[in-house]
Design a protein around this ligand. Structure first.
Ligand code: DLZ
Ligand code: SF4
Length: 509
Protein backbone atom coordinates (compact mmCIF):
# COMPACT_ATOMS: atom_id res chain seq x y z
CA UNK A 1 0.00 0.00 0.00
CA UNK A 2 2.38 2.67 -1.21
CA UNK A 3 1.38 6.27 -1.82
CA UNK A 4 3.41 8.33 -4.28
CA UNK A 5 3.39 12.06 -3.72
CA UNK A 6 4.59 13.76 -6.89
CA UNK A 7 6.25 17.15 -6.47
CA UNK A 8 6.74 19.17 -9.67
CA UNK A 9 9.61 21.58 -10.29
CA UNK A 10 7.54 24.64 -9.43
CA UNK A 11 6.12 23.11 -6.22
CA UNK A 12 9.23 23.37 -4.03
CA UNK A 13 7.41 24.41 -0.86
CA UNK A 14 7.56 22.21 2.24
CA UNK A 15 3.94 23.03 2.99
CA UNK A 16 2.67 22.37 -0.58
CA UNK A 17 -0.73 20.65 -0.43
CA UNK A 18 0.56 17.29 -1.73
CA UNK A 19 2.89 17.02 1.29
CA UNK A 20 0.61 18.44 3.98
CA UNK A 21 -0.39 15.13 5.52
CA UNK A 22 2.90 13.33 4.90
CA UNK A 23 3.30 11.08 7.93
CA UNK A 24 6.63 11.16 9.76
CA UNK A 25 9.13 8.46 8.67
CA UNK A 26 6.51 6.23 7.04
CA UNK A 27 8.08 3.91 4.42
CA UNK A 28 4.74 3.50 2.63
CA UNK A 29 5.00 7.15 1.52
CA UNK A 30 7.31 8.02 -1.37
CA UNK A 31 7.92 11.55 -2.57
CA UNK A 32 8.62 11.41 -6.30
CA UNK A 33 10.53 14.11 -8.16
CA UNK A 34 11.51 13.72 -11.80
CA UNK A 35 13.82 15.62 -14.11
CA UNK A 36 12.36 15.19 -17.59
CA UNK A 37 13.51 16.39 -20.96
CA UNK A 38 10.09 17.40 -22.28
CA UNK A 39 9.73 20.07 -19.60
CA UNK A 40 12.95 21.71 -20.78
CA UNK A 41 12.09 21.51 -24.47
CA UNK A 42 8.32 22.04 -25.02
CA UNK A 43 9.56 25.58 -25.46
CA UNK A 44 13.33 26.07 -25.73
CA UNK A 45 13.85 27.15 -22.12
CA UNK A 46 16.87 29.27 -21.25
CA UNK A 47 19.59 26.90 -20.04
CA UNK A 48 20.12 28.92 -16.85
CA UNK A 49 16.42 28.55 -16.08
CA UNK A 50 16.65 24.79 -16.52
CA UNK A 51 19.72 24.68 -14.27
CA UNK A 52 17.99 26.86 -11.66
CA UNK A 53 14.91 24.62 -11.54
CA UNK A 54 16.81 21.33 -11.51
CA UNK A 55 19.24 22.51 -8.85
CA UNK A 56 16.40 23.87 -6.70
CA UNK A 57 14.63 20.50 -7.12
CA UNK A 58 17.74 18.59 -6.04
CA UNK A 59 18.24 20.80 -2.98
CA UNK A 60 14.56 20.44 -2.06
CA UNK A 61 14.86 16.64 -2.31
CA UNK A 62 17.95 16.72 -0.09
CA UNK A 63 16.12 18.78 2.53
CA UNK A 64 13.25 16.26 2.55
CA UNK A 65 15.69 13.35 2.87
CA UNK A 66 17.36 15.11 5.79
CA UNK A 67 13.97 15.04 7.51
CA UNK A 68 13.77 11.29 7.01
CA UNK A 69 11.36 11.41 4.07
CA UNK A 70 11.70 8.64 1.48
CA UNK A 71 12.43 10.45 -1.79
CA UNK A 72 12.61 8.80 -5.20
CA UNK A 73 14.48 11.25 -7.41
CA UNK A 74 14.93 10.61 -11.15
CA UNK A 75 17.77 12.53 -12.74
CA UNK A 76 17.78 13.82 -16.31
CA UNK A 77 20.53 11.39 -17.35
CA UNK A 78 19.36 8.35 -15.38
CA UNK A 79 19.23 5.25 -17.61
CA UNK A 80 15.68 4.49 -18.67
CA UNK A 81 14.40 8.04 -18.06
CA UNK A 82 11.48 8.33 -20.50
CA UNK A 83 11.71 12.12 -20.60
CA UNK A 84 8.10 12.94 -19.69
CA UNK A 85 6.01 13.31 -16.53
CA UNK A 86 3.57 10.64 -17.74
CA UNK A 87 6.35 8.16 -18.54
CA UNK A 88 8.18 8.72 -15.26
CA UNK A 89 5.07 8.52 -13.11
CA UNK A 90 4.14 5.22 -14.80
CA UNK A 91 7.62 3.81 -14.17
CA UNK A 92 7.53 4.91 -10.53
CA UNK A 93 4.07 3.42 -9.95
CA UNK A 94 5.38 0.08 -11.24
CA UNK A 95 8.67 0.38 -9.28
CA UNK A 96 6.91 0.96 -5.97
CA UNK A 97 3.74 -1.04 -6.73
CA UNK A 98 1.97 2.14 -5.75
CA UNK A 99 -1.73 2.06 -4.94
CA UNK A 100 -2.35 5.81 -4.84
CA UNK A 101 -0.91 9.00 -6.31
CA UNK A 102 -1.21 12.44 -4.71
CA UNK A 103 -0.24 15.60 -6.56
CA UNK A 104 -0.84 19.33 -6.23
CA UNK A 105 -2.56 20.77 -9.31
CA UNK A 106 -0.15 21.88 -12.03
CA UNK A 107 0.50 25.53 -12.88
CA UNK A 108 -0.60 25.28 -16.49
CA UNK A 109 -3.32 23.72 -18.64
CA UNK A 110 -0.86 21.51 -20.58
CA UNK A 111 0.27 19.61 -17.48
CA UNK A 112 -3.16 19.74 -15.88
CA UNK A 113 -4.59 17.87 -18.88
CA UNK A 114 -1.73 15.39 -18.68
CA UNK A 115 -2.51 14.68 -15.01
CA UNK A 116 -6.21 14.25 -15.80
CA UNK A 117 -5.32 11.28 -18.01
CA UNK A 118 -3.36 9.43 -15.32
CA UNK A 119 -6.14 7.77 -13.36
CA UNK A 120 -7.14 5.85 -16.51
CA UNK A 121 -3.64 5.13 -17.74
CA UNK A 122 -2.19 4.14 -14.34
CA UNK A 123 -5.21 2.29 -13.00
CA UNK A 124 -4.87 3.76 -9.46
CA UNK A 125 -6.64 6.65 -7.74
CA UNK A 126 -5.05 10.03 -8.46
CA UNK A 127 -5.81 12.74 -5.94
CA UNK A 128 -5.22 16.24 -7.31
CA UNK A 129 -5.11 18.88 -4.59
CA UNK A 130 -5.59 22.63 -4.92
CA UNK A 131 -2.45 24.73 -4.95
CA UNK A 132 -3.02 26.89 -1.88
CA UNK A 133 0.23 28.83 -2.11
CA UNK A 134 -1.58 31.81 -3.63
CA UNK A 135 -3.44 34.37 -1.55
CA UNK A 136 -6.62 34.14 -3.65
CA UNK A 137 -7.99 30.63 -4.14
CA UNK A 138 -9.68 29.73 -7.44
CA UNK A 139 -13.06 30.05 -5.71
CA UNK A 140 -12.19 33.46 -4.29
CA UNK A 141 -10.98 34.74 -7.64
CA UNK A 142 -13.98 33.39 -9.52
CA UNK A 143 -16.26 35.01 -6.95
CA UNK A 144 -14.62 38.35 -7.81
CA UNK A 145 -14.46 37.79 -11.57
CA UNK A 146 -17.76 36.00 -12.16
CA UNK A 147 -20.30 38.00 -14.14
CA UNK A 148 -18.05 41.04 -14.59
CA UNK A 149 -17.92 42.94 -17.88
CA UNK A 150 -14.39 44.19 -17.24
CA UNK A 151 -11.65 42.79 -15.04
CA UNK A 152 -9.56 45.66 -13.75
CA UNK A 153 -6.74 44.64 -11.45
CA UNK A 154 -7.10 47.74 -9.28
CA UNK A 155 -10.45 46.66 -7.82
CA UNK A 156 -9.30 43.11 -7.20
CA UNK A 157 -6.17 44.47 -5.51
CA UNK A 158 -8.18 46.61 -3.10
CA UNK A 159 -10.20 43.58 -2.05
CA UNK A 160 -6.96 41.66 -1.43
CA UNK A 161 -5.62 44.54 0.67
CA UNK A 162 -8.80 44.59 2.75
CA UNK A 163 -8.85 40.83 3.21
CA UNK A 164 -5.21 40.41 4.15
CA UNK A 165 -4.90 43.65 6.11
CA UNK A 166 -1.63 44.34 4.28
CA UNK A 167 -0.86 48.07 4.22
CA UNK A 168 -4.17 48.83 5.89
CA UNK A 169 -5.02 51.05 8.85
CA UNK A 170 -8.32 49.53 9.87
CA UNK A 171 -10.66 49.83 6.90
CA UNK A 172 -8.52 52.47 5.16
CA UNK A 173 -5.38 52.10 3.05
CA UNK A 174 -2.26 53.27 4.85
CA UNK A 175 -1.58 56.88 3.89
CA UNK A 176 -5.12 57.37 2.55
CA UNK A 177 -4.49 56.22 -1.05
CA UNK A 178 -4.71 52.77 -2.58
CA UNK A 179 -2.35 53.44 -5.43
CA UNK A 180 0.79 55.57 -5.53
CA UNK A 181 1.76 54.60 -9.08
CA UNK A 182 1.98 58.22 -10.19
CA UNK A 183 5.00 58.63 -7.89
CA UNK A 184 6.70 55.57 -9.37
CA UNK A 185 7.71 56.75 -12.81
CA UNK A 186 10.88 58.71 -12.25
CA UNK A 187 13.73 58.55 -14.71
CA UNK A 188 17.04 57.38 -13.26
CA UNK A 189 19.56 60.21 -12.71
CA UNK A 190 22.68 59.29 -14.68
CA UNK A 191 24.99 59.50 -11.67
CA UNK A 192 22.77 57.62 -9.25
CA UNK A 193 24.65 54.46 -8.19
CA UNK A 194 22.72 51.22 -8.17
CA UNK A 195 23.48 48.74 -5.41
CA UNK A 196 25.61 45.62 -5.96
CA UNK A 197 23.40 42.57 -5.67
CA UNK A 198 23.72 39.45 -3.60
CA UNK A 199 24.36 36.65 -6.09
CA UNK A 200 25.30 33.40 -4.38
CA UNK A 201 28.09 31.37 -6.00
CA UNK A 202 26.95 27.93 -7.18
CA UNK A 203 27.69 25.08 -4.75
CA UNK A 204 28.91 21.64 -5.88
CA UNK A 205 25.36 20.39 -6.54
CA UNK A 206 24.53 23.40 -8.72
CA UNK A 207 27.88 23.02 -10.53
CA UNK A 208 26.97 19.42 -11.35
CA UNK A 209 23.61 20.56 -12.72
CA UNK A 210 25.23 23.30 -14.80
CA UNK A 211 27.54 20.67 -16.33
CA UNK A 212 24.59 18.35 -16.94
CA UNK A 213 22.56 21.06 -18.69
CA UNK A 214 25.59 22.07 -20.79
CA UNK A 215 25.96 18.43 -21.88
CA UNK A 216 22.27 17.74 -22.52
CA UNK A 217 21.41 21.04 -24.22
CA UNK A 218 24.60 22.11 -26.04
CA UNK A 219 22.71 24.22 -28.57
CA UNK A 220 20.21 25.71 -26.13
CA UNK A 221 19.45 29.40 -25.71
CA UNK A 222 21.12 31.45 -23.01
CA UNK A 223 24.32 31.52 -20.99
CA UNK A 224 24.69 29.10 -18.09
CA UNK A 225 27.10 31.40 -16.32
CA UNK A 226 27.40 33.65 -14.45
CA UNK A 227 24.90 31.70 -12.35
CA UNK A 228 23.83 33.79 -9.37
CA UNK A 229 20.46 32.36 -8.35
CA UNK A 230 19.71 31.02 -4.90
CA UNK A 231 18.51 27.39 -5.05
CA UNK A 232 17.23 26.81 -1.51
CA UNK A 233 14.61 28.45 0.67
CA UNK A 234 17.31 29.81 2.99
CA UNK A 235 19.15 31.28 0.01
CA UNK A 236 15.96 32.83 -1.37
CA UNK A 237 15.17 34.36 2.03
CA UNK A 238 18.67 35.87 1.95
CA UNK A 239 17.98 37.48 -1.45
CA UNK A 240 14.66 38.82 -0.19
CA UNK A 241 16.33 40.28 2.87
CA UNK A 242 19.06 41.89 0.76
CA UNK A 243 16.43 43.46 -1.52
CA UNK A 244 14.39 44.79 1.40
CA UNK A 245 17.43 46.44 2.94
CA UNK A 246 19.35 47.74 -0.07
CA UNK A 247 16.85 48.25 -2.90
CA UNK A 248 13.29 48.61 -1.64
CA UNK A 249 13.66 52.24 -0.48
CA UNK A 250 14.37 53.31 -4.10
CA UNK A 251 12.32 50.62 -5.85
CA UNK A 252 9.21 52.78 -6.12
CA UNK A 253 10.81 55.88 -7.60
CA UNK A 254 12.72 53.99 -10.28
CA UNK A 255 10.62 50.91 -10.97
CA UNK A 256 9.96 51.95 -14.57
CA UNK A 257 13.49 53.19 -15.34
CA UNK A 258 16.05 51.45 -17.56
CA UNK A 259 19.82 51.84 -17.80
CA UNK A 260 22.16 50.27 -20.33
CA UNK A 261 24.20 47.44 -18.79
CA UNK A 262 22.30 47.55 -15.46
CA UNK A 263 19.94 44.58 -15.49
CA UNK A 264 18.68 44.55 -11.91
CA UNK A 265 18.56 48.22 -10.84
CA UNK A 266 16.37 48.33 -7.70
CA UNK A 267 14.20 45.33 -8.66
CA UNK A 268 13.72 42.46 -6.24
CA UNK A 269 14.59 39.58 -8.63
CA UNK A 270 12.55 37.30 -6.36
CA UNK A 271 9.95 36.26 -8.95
CA UNK A 272 11.78 32.99 -9.81
CA UNK A 273 11.73 32.04 -6.11
CA UNK A 274 8.07 32.92 -5.71
CA UNK A 275 7.16 31.01 -8.84
CA UNK A 276 8.92 27.77 -7.89
CA UNK A 277 7.72 28.00 -4.29
CA UNK A 278 10.90 28.86 -2.40
CA UNK A 279 9.19 32.05 -1.19
CA UNK A 280 5.50 32.67 -0.52
CA UNK A 281 3.60 35.81 -1.54
CA UNK A 282 2.26 36.70 1.87
CA UNK A 283 5.66 36.61 3.57
CA UNK A 284 7.28 38.87 0.97
CA UNK A 285 4.44 41.42 1.25
CA UNK A 286 4.66 41.33 5.02
CA UNK A 287 8.44 41.75 4.82
CA UNK A 288 8.02 44.86 2.68
CA UNK A 289 5.31 46.25 4.94
CA UNK A 290 7.56 45.79 7.97
CA UNK A 291 10.18 47.99 6.28
CA UNK A 292 7.58 50.74 5.90
CA UNK A 293 6.29 50.40 9.46
CA UNK A 294 9.88 50.61 10.76
CA UNK A 295 10.45 53.81 8.79
CA UNK A 296 13.12 52.25 6.55
CA UNK A 297 11.24 52.40 3.23
CA UNK A 298 8.78 54.99 1.88
CA UNK A 299 5.16 54.19 1.15
CA UNK A 300 5.40 54.66 -2.63
CA UNK A 301 8.08 51.93 -2.76
CA UNK A 302 6.30 49.51 -0.47
CA UNK A 303 2.87 50.03 -2.02
CA UNK A 304 4.39 49.62 -5.50
CA UNK A 305 6.01 46.35 -4.49
CA UNK A 306 2.91 45.02 -2.71
CA UNK A 307 0.77 45.91 -5.74
CA UNK A 308 3.00 43.74 -7.95
CA UNK A 309 2.75 40.72 -5.64
CA UNK A 310 -0.62 40.95 -3.88
CA UNK A 311 -2.32 42.68 -6.81
CA UNK A 312 -0.86 41.90 -10.20
CA UNK A 313 0.60 38.43 -9.54
CA UNK A 314 -2.56 37.12 -7.90
CA UNK A 315 -4.70 38.77 -10.57
CA UNK A 316 -2.87 37.24 -13.56
CA UNK A 317 -2.91 33.82 -11.91
CA UNK A 318 -6.64 34.12 -11.28
CA UNK A 319 -7.27 35.35 -14.82
CA UNK A 320 -5.21 32.55 -16.39
CA UNK A 321 -7.46 29.90 -14.87
CA UNK A 322 -10.66 31.93 -15.07
CA UNK A 323 -10.30 32.53 -18.82
CA UNK A 324 -9.80 28.85 -19.62
CA UNK A 325 -7.49 26.85 -21.88
CA UNK A 326 -8.49 28.66 -25.10
CA UNK A 327 -7.53 32.14 -23.91
CA UNK A 328 -4.29 32.00 -25.93
CA UNK A 329 -6.10 31.42 -29.24
CA UNK A 330 -7.22 34.98 -30.01
CA UNK A 331 -5.32 37.36 -32.27
CA UNK A 332 -7.24 40.61 -31.86
CA UNK A 333 -4.86 42.68 -33.97
CA UNK A 334 -4.42 40.08 -36.72
CA UNK A 335 -0.65 39.87 -36.15
CA UNK A 336 1.06 37.54 -38.62
CA UNK A 337 4.78 38.34 -38.87
CA UNK A 338 7.44 35.94 -37.58
CA UNK A 339 9.44 36.79 -34.46
CA UNK A 340 12.62 38.56 -35.61
CA UNK A 341 15.82 36.55 -35.14
CA UNK A 342 17.30 39.26 -32.89
CA UNK A 343 14.99 38.15 -30.08
CA UNK A 344 17.34 35.16 -29.84
CA UNK A 345 20.64 36.69 -30.98
CA UNK A 346 20.50 40.32 -29.73
CA UNK A 347 21.98 41.30 -33.09
CA UNK A 348 20.21 44.54 -33.89
CA UNK A 349 21.35 48.16 -33.96
CA UNK A 350 18.32 49.05 -31.82
CA UNK A 351 20.21 49.58 -28.59
CA UNK A 352 17.21 49.18 -26.28
CA UNK A 353 16.38 45.77 -27.73
CA UNK A 354 20.00 44.64 -27.97
CA UNK A 355 20.56 45.48 -24.28
CA UNK A 356 17.35 43.80 -23.11
CA UNK A 357 18.06 40.62 -25.10
CA UNK A 358 21.75 40.57 -24.13
CA UNK A 359 20.98 40.70 -20.43
CA UNK A 360 18.26 38.10 -20.95
CA UNK A 361 20.80 35.79 -22.57
CA UNK A 362 23.19 36.39 -19.69
CA UNK A 363 20.82 36.34 -16.71
CA UNK A 364 17.46 34.89 -17.86
CA UNK A 365 16.08 38.14 -16.50
CA UNK A 366 14.71 41.49 -17.64
CA UNK A 367 12.52 43.74 -15.55
CA UNK A 368 8.88 44.52 -16.21
CA UNK A 369 9.35 47.70 -18.25
CA UNK A 370 11.98 46.11 -20.47
CA UNK A 371 9.58 43.21 -21.07
CA UNK A 372 6.53 45.44 -21.59
CA UNK A 373 7.84 48.55 -23.30
CA UNK A 374 10.90 47.29 -25.21
CA UNK A 375 10.51 43.67 -26.37
CA UNK A 376 6.73 43.54 -25.88
CA UNK A 377 6.05 46.94 -27.42
CA UNK A 378 8.24 46.14 -30.42
CA UNK A 379 6.54 42.77 -31.00
CA UNK A 380 3.12 44.41 -30.89
CA UNK A 381 4.06 47.35 -33.13
CA UNK A 382 5.68 44.93 -35.59
CA UNK A 383 2.61 42.67 -35.63
CA UNK A 384 4.40 39.47 -34.58
CA UNK A 385 2.23 36.34 -34.31
CA UNK A 386 1.09 36.08 -30.66
CA UNK A 387 2.03 32.40 -30.30
CA UNK A 388 5.65 33.13 -31.25
CA UNK A 389 5.90 36.03 -28.84
CA UNK A 390 4.41 33.91 -26.07
CA UNK A 391 6.77 30.99 -26.67
CA UNK A 392 9.70 33.41 -26.44
CA UNK A 393 8.56 34.94 -23.15
CA UNK A 394 7.86 31.50 -21.69
CA UNK A 395 11.30 30.26 -22.71
CA UNK A 396 13.75 33.00 -21.89
CA UNK A 397 12.92 34.22 -18.37
CA UNK A 398 13.80 32.26 -15.23
CA UNK A 399 10.48 33.20 -13.62
CA UNK A 400 8.23 32.35 -16.58
CA UNK A 401 5.54 29.72 -16.12
CA UNK A 402 2.51 29.80 -18.34
CA UNK A 403 0.03 30.96 -15.69
CA UNK A 404 2.01 34.18 -15.28
CA UNK A 405 3.50 34.51 -18.76
CA UNK A 406 0.33 34.19 -20.83
CA UNK A 407 -1.85 36.97 -19.37
CA UNK A 408 1.22 39.23 -19.27
CA UNK A 409 2.12 38.57 -22.90
CA UNK A 410 -1.14 37.76 -24.67
CA UNK A 411 -3.05 40.38 -22.69
CA UNK A 412 -0.79 43.12 -21.39
CA UNK A 413 2.15 43.27 -23.78
CA UNK A 414 0.64 42.47 -27.18
CA UNK A 415 -3.11 43.09 -26.64
CA UNK A 416 -3.81 39.89 -28.58
CA UNK A 417 -6.79 39.30 -26.26
CA UNK A 418 -8.52 42.46 -27.48
CA UNK A 419 -8.62 44.19 -24.11
CA UNK A 420 -9.58 41.56 -21.51
CA UNK A 421 -6.50 42.28 -19.38
CA UNK A 422 -5.46 45.79 -20.46
CA UNK A 423 -7.97 48.47 -21.39
CA UNK A 424 -5.66 49.78 -24.13
CA UNK A 425 -2.57 48.55 -25.96
CA UNK A 426 0.67 49.70 -24.29
CA UNK A 427 1.99 51.02 -27.59
CA UNK A 428 4.67 53.68 -27.46
CA UNK A 429 7.06 55.43 -29.80
CA UNK A 430 10.77 55.93 -29.07
CA UNK A 431 9.99 58.99 -26.94
CA UNK A 432 8.82 56.79 -24.05
CA UNK A 433 12.00 54.70 -24.12
CA UNK A 434 14.08 57.86 -24.33
CA UNK A 435 12.32 59.35 -21.31
CA UNK A 436 12.74 56.24 -19.16
CA UNK A 437 16.27 55.14 -20.14
CA UNK A 438 19.72 56.10 -21.32
CA UNK A 439 19.45 53.78 -24.33
CA UNK A 440 18.86 56.33 -27.06
CA UNK A 441 21.98 58.41 -26.49
CA UNK A 442 24.24 55.57 -27.64
CA UNK A 443 21.95 54.20 -30.35
CA UNK A 444 22.66 54.21 -34.08
CA UNK A 445 19.13 55.51 -34.59
CA UNK A 446 17.93 59.01 -33.82
CA UNK A 447 14.99 58.93 -31.42
CA UNK A 448 13.92 62.43 -32.42
CA UNK A 449 13.73 61.62 -36.15
CA UNK A 450 10.32 60.44 -37.31
CA UNK A 451 11.26 59.15 -40.74
CA UNK A 452 14.26 58.41 -42.92
CA UNK A 453 17.07 55.87 -42.66
CA UNK A 454 18.34 57.11 -39.28
CA UNK A 455 14.90 57.48 -37.66
CA UNK A 456 14.15 55.36 -34.59
CA UNK A 457 12.08 52.45 -35.91
CA UNK A 458 9.74 52.65 -32.90
CA UNK A 459 8.57 56.04 -34.23
CA UNK A 460 7.24 55.04 -37.64
CA UNK A 461 6.23 51.58 -36.39
CA UNK A 462 4.06 53.27 -33.77
CA UNK A 463 2.10 55.35 -36.29
CA UNK A 464 1.88 52.51 -38.79
CA UNK A 465 0.51 50.31 -35.97
CA UNK A 466 -2.21 52.87 -35.24
CA UNK A 467 -3.09 53.11 -38.94
CA UNK A 468 -3.08 49.36 -39.45
CA UNK A 469 -5.35 48.78 -36.46
CA UNK A 470 -7.57 51.83 -36.82
CA UNK A 471 -10.69 49.71 -37.25
CA UNK A 472 -10.17 47.96 -33.92
CA UNK A 473 -8.65 50.74 -31.83
CA UNK A 474 -10.08 54.06 -32.96
CA UNK A 475 -13.25 53.73 -30.87
CA UNK A 476 -11.26 53.03 -27.68
CA UNK A 477 -11.61 56.16 -25.51
CA UNK A 478 -8.11 55.64 -24.11
CA UNK A 479 -6.71 55.87 -27.67
CA UNK A 480 -8.54 59.08 -28.52
CA UNK A 481 -5.49 61.32 -28.31
CA UNK A 482 -3.23 59.61 -30.88
CA UNK A 483 -6.16 59.08 -33.24
CA UNK A 484 -6.97 62.79 -33.01
CA UNK A 485 -3.41 63.51 -34.14
CA UNK A 486 -3.69 60.92 -36.89
CA UNK A 487 -6.91 62.60 -38.01
CA UNK A 488 -4.88 65.64 -39.07
CA UNK A 489 -2.67 63.59 -41.42
CA UNK A 490 -3.38 63.50 -45.15
CA UNK A 491 -3.42 60.28 -47.19
CA UNK A 492 0.13 60.75 -48.50
CA UNK A 493 1.59 61.09 -45.04
CA UNK A 494 -0.24 58.01 -43.82
CA UNK A 495 0.90 55.99 -46.85
CA UNK A 496 4.51 57.10 -46.37
CA UNK A 497 4.59 55.93 -42.75
CA UNK A 498 3.01 52.59 -43.61
CA UNK A 499 5.47 52.07 -46.46
CA UNK A 500 8.45 52.92 -44.29
CA UNK A 501 7.29 50.53 -41.56
CA UNK A 502 6.63 47.73 -44.06
CA UNK A 503 10.04 48.19 -45.67
CA UNK A 504 11.73 48.00 -42.27
CA UNK A 505 9.77 44.92 -41.21
CA UNK A 506 10.25 43.16 -44.54
CA UNK A 507 13.98 43.83 -44.16
CA UNK A 508 13.97 41.93 -40.84
CA UNK A 509 12.55 38.81 -42.44
C1 DLZ B 1 10.23 24.24 -16.23
C2 DLZ B 1 10.62 22.88 -15.75
C3 DLZ B 1 11.77 22.27 -16.27
C4 DLZ B 1 12.66 22.95 -17.22
N1 DLZ B 1 12.11 21.03 -15.89
C5 DLZ B 1 11.35 20.36 -15.00
C6 DLZ B 1 11.67 19.04 -14.62
O1 DLZ B 1 12.61 18.42 -15.10
N2 DLZ B 1 10.87 18.44 -13.70
C7 DLZ B 1 9.80 19.06 -13.15
O2 DLZ B 1 9.13 18.49 -12.28
N3 DLZ B 1 9.47 20.29 -13.53
C8 DLZ B 1 10.22 20.96 -14.43
N4 DLZ B 1 9.86 22.20 -14.82
C9 DLZ B 1 8.65 22.80 -14.26
C10 DLZ B 1 7.42 22.22 -14.91
O3 DLZ B 1 7.43 22.50 -16.29
C11 DLZ B 1 6.21 22.80 -14.21
O4 DLZ B 1 5.98 22.11 -13.05
C12 DLZ B 1 5.07 22.79 -15.14
O5 DLZ B 1 5.15 23.98 -15.88
C13 DLZ B 1 3.74 22.62 -14.50
O6 DLZ B 1 3.25 23.79 -14.05
FE1 SF4 C 1 15.54 52.11 -29.00
FE2 SF4 C 1 14.88 53.99 -30.81
FE3 SF4 C 1 16.12 54.68 -28.56
FE4 SF4 C 1 17.43 53.31 -30.45
S1 SF4 C 1 16.60 55.38 -30.64
S2 SF4 C 1 17.46 52.92 -28.26
S3 SF4 C 1 15.81 52.00 -31.23
S4 SF4 C 1 14.09 53.79 -28.72
Amino acid sequence: MTTIRLVLGDQLTRGVSSLKDLPYADPSQVVLMVEVRVEATYVPHHRQKVAFILSAMRHFADALRAEGVRVDYVRLDDPGNTGSFTGEVARAVARHRATRLVVTEAGEWRVRHMIESWEDSLGIPVEVREDDRFIASHARFDQWAGGRQTYRMEFFYREMRRETGILMDGAEPVGGHWNLDAENRRALPSRLPVPARLRPAPDAATRAVIDLVARCFPEGFGDLEPFGWAVTREGALGILDDFLRTCLPSFGDYQDAMRHGAPFLFHSTISPYLNVGLLLPREVCEGAEAEFRAGRAPLNAVEGFVRQVLGWREYVRGMYWHLGPDYHATNALGATRPLPAFYWTAETPMRCIADTVTQTQRHAYAHHIQRLMVTGNFAMLAGVRPAEVEAWYLAVFADAFEWVELPNTHGMATWADGGIIASKPYAASGAYIDRMSDYCGGCRYDVKAKSGPTACPFNYLYWAFLIRNEGVLKGNPRMAMPYRTLGTWDADRRAAVVNEADAFLNGLA
